[in-house]
Design a protein around this ligand. Structure first.
Ligand SMILES: [Fe+2]
Length: 176
């Protein structure tokens, strides 16, 4: 398992370093998503290994832009996972987490692991201080409020909501 994670980190890092939109995505966003995914998995009784792997891989497709990045991440990850020793069941669940990590999927019924990734993705953005500071510099107050509200809409687990709400309150206070 440790070996697989190490190989996966090397594989994923290459794509994240090609991400022009956020050159710190690997160091900040992905590590935060990973941290919150593992934390939420414990509370929600989700498969920790599945969510950690999905967290590492979920945004690799962003190196070609935001649009359809979940599909690109899914395709690239599928090839990588086929060479791993993970069971087909686990591979498929990881791939589902990656494919369905976007906001529009969060209101649908999905496995707990998918929900954990959807929520951890939001938390990984809300707690990314560098990214938040960058957004405050480049977006209007109205756009930021819209983003914060969109974040809350994506969260579909109470455990994650408890973490997100105070952080959004803090971020909103910074705008005044
Ligand atoms: Fe993400």
């Amino acid at each position: 398992m440790k070996n697989l994670i190490k190989r996966m980190e090397i594989f994923a890092e290459k794509y994240y370093h090609k991400n022009a939109e956020d050159p710190f995505v690997w160091r900040n966003h992905i590590q935060l998503v990973r941290k919150y995914a593992k934390f939420l998995a414990k509370i929600e009784n989700a498969d920790e290994e599945v969510v950690e792997i999905a967290a590492i891989l979920h945004d690799i497709g962003k190196y070609k832009g935001r649009k359809d990045h979940n599909i690109r991440s899914h395709t690239l990850s599928k090839k990588f996972l086929q060479d791993s020793k993970l069971s087909i069941k686990k591979q498929n669940l990881i791939l589902k987490c990656i494919l369905k990590h976007s906001t529009k999927e969060s209101s649908k019924a999905n496995e707990i692991e998918v929900k954990v990734i959807q929520c951890a993705d939001v938390l990984g953005t809300l707690f990314d201080n560098r990214w938040q500071a960058f957004s405050r510099k480049n977006l209007t107050k109205k756009e930021l409020f819209k983003l914060y509200n969109k974040s809350l809409k994506k969260i579909n687990l109470n455990s994650a909501m408890k973490i997100a709400r105070p952080q959004i309150k803090k971020l909103k206070l910074k705008l005044k």
